[in-house]
Structure formats: C-alpha cells, structure tokens
Design a protein around this ligand. Structure first.
Ligand SMILES: NC(=O)c1ccc[n+]([C@@H]2O[C@H](COP(=O)([O-])OP(=O)(O)OC[C@H]3O[C@@H](n4cnc5c(N)ncnc54)[C@H](O)[C@@H]3O)[C@@H](O)[C@H]2O)c1
Length: 260
C-alpha cells in the first residue's frame, strides 16, 4: 500500500520516533502510515506478527519503520520494547497507546461476564497504557520533550449495554491521561486522550450493521462516514510541536456526533 499524500507538512516530526501500540491492523496501522509519510519513524509495538507486515509495507515505500513484538499488558515486554527502540534510534519522542482488547470481546450483561475476561481487558486496555508510559517516560523526561496519546472511545461518556469491561477500560483511560498530564507537564511532555468515532477498517465490521451505521451518520453534523484518515490527521497534530498547548484533554474526531 502507498503511504498517504499529506497536505500538511509537520517539519518538526521529521526524524522523530513514535511508538504506536496495537498497530498490526486497523486504525493503528493508518497512524503508522501517516507518521512515516511525515518522515518520522513509526515503531509498531504489537502482540501479533501482523506488525511485521506493517513495518515491511512502510519500508517498501522507502520509509523507516520498526516492528517490536510487544504485549502491552506485560511489564517485562513494555520495558524490552522501549529498550529495543532506544538501542536502535537513541530516542523516543511519542507514544500512541492504541492497543486494545476490543473486537474479540464478548457482549454480555455485566452479571454474566466472565471475570477472567474482565481482568484481561483491564490488564491490556488500562494497565497496558500505564506500563507503556512508564517505559518511555524516563527517556522523554531526560530529553524534556514528549507526546503521549491514550486512545479511548466515545462509549466512555454515554455507556454501552453489555460491554461493561470495554466501557470501563476506556473511561479509566480518560482519568489516567489527566493524572499523567499533571505529573509529566514539568518535563514538557503532553498527554492527551483521543477517541475515534466508530470506524470501519479492513477488519471484520459485521457488528456495525447498515442500520447502525446509518444511525451514526444521521446523528453527525457532517454527513459522511468516518475514516481512519480523519483520525490519523489529528494524531499527527497531537504528536507535533503545533499541539504544544493542548494538554490533558479528551479529543474526538467524529464529524460532530457526541459532544462531551
Ligand atoms: N474501530 C473503531 O470503531 C473504534 C472506535 C472507538 C475507539 N477505538 C479504539 O481505537 C483503537 C484501535 O481500534 P481498531 O478498531 O483498530 O482495533 P483492532 O482490534 O482492529 O486492533 C487492535 C490491535 O491491538 C493489538 N493488541 C491487542 N492486545 C494487545 C496487547 N496485549 N499488546 C499489544 N497489542 C495488542 C491487536 O493484535 C490488534 O492489532 C482501540 O484502542 C479501540 O478501542 C476504535
């Protein structure tokens, strides 16, 4: 696949090293393509070997990319990821905490939900961003610059039936972001939450029925389907120098669907 043509040139992003977790497929893959197209280096920190394909694809376009097999829910793995990146590039400028248990989760009333599934969801979706941030914070603090973006979801504000493990995890990310922003601000490191609207990617979207899809567009101010490109452009802004004064916020790209 060709890297996207971009109309905005974030010159400051050139050469910066950005870790994107869970970028082996879906929206995270788009973030990496956009990052690479700016001359920055995306690191695909992904539990599945699909991450290697994403890196190869980007390299085939003449850009730099690195795949590091990572389980964000495991502290040893997140530390090893940061070490591998520092060994290769000597810097980590940004982190997009995008990995999540999402598509394969069961949909059940909370009283029937298996506690193992609840625990694993929180481990990956909440402890994961914490561990990744802990792994990269020391080098960002040393260099007195950094960007951390924690990916949440619109469900955190409105709830969603039979999906309490996911909704709880995505709500926790919002509070975590605000605390991290307060702790890391003195080192010029910003931390924001970004949440994509429901977005179709190359992955099975059978849960997004045509009716539900239409209902979403009907509720948006802008009447077209949300695409991964809509999100990627905001991610670039949040990673760049241009977003310097945006910190601790909960930001969405949804064409005006839910106002928080
Ligand atoms: N697609 C949407 O409509 C939508 C809407 C709102 C929010 N989001 C959020 O955006 C993000 C990306 O969504 P998506 O649709 O591309 O998801 P996806 O399920 O297609 O991709 C998630 C990726 O995370 C990886 N992953 C899972 N567990 C991991 C672990 N322990 N360590 C490392 N990687 C792991 C998976 O292998 C997969 O590649 C998620 O955080 C999701 O919650 C998505």
């Amino acid at each position: 696949m060709q890297l996207p043509t971009q109309t905005v040139d974030y010159k400051d992003l050139k050469g910066r090293v950005i870790i994107v977790t869970g970028a082996g497929q879906g929206i995270g893959k788009f973030y990496c393509d956009y990052i690479a197209a700016q001359g920055a280096i995306p690191v695909i920190a992904e539990i599945s070997d699909k991450g290697a394909e994403v890196a190869k694809d980007i390299q085939a376009n003449g850009a730099e990319a690195l795949y590091v097999r990572t389980d964000v829910g495991d502290e040893g793995s997140t530390k090893a990821c940061a070490e591998a990146v520092l060994k290769k590039y000597g810097r980590i400028d940004g982190l997009v905490n995008n990995a999540a248990m999402f598509r394969n989760l069961s949909h059940k009333p909370f009283w029937d939900l298996d506690l193992d599934e609840w625990n694993r969801t929180l481990q990956v979706n909440v402890t994961g961003p914490l561990l990744m941030a802990r792994a990269v914070a020391p080098t960002m603090k040393e260099r007195k610059w950094g960007r951390i973006i924690n990916i949440s979801s619109g469900v955190q504000s409105i709830g969603y039936p039979n999906f309490i493990h996911y909704v709880t995890s995505k709500s926790a990310v919002v509070g975590m972001t605000r605390s991290m922003a307060r702790e890391l601000g003195p080192w010029n490191i910003t931390v924001n939450t970004f949440w994509p609207a429901r977005t179709r990617t190359e992955i099975d979207n059978s849960d997004l029925s045509p009716d539900r899809h239409k209902a979403q567009i009907d509720l948006q101010c802008l009447k077209r389907e949300t695409t991964p490109d809509d999100h990627s452009r905001v991610i670039l802004f949040l990673l760049s120098d241009q977003s310097e004064w945006v910190n601790g916020h909960n930001i969405a790209a949804d064409g005006g669907y839910k106002f928080l």
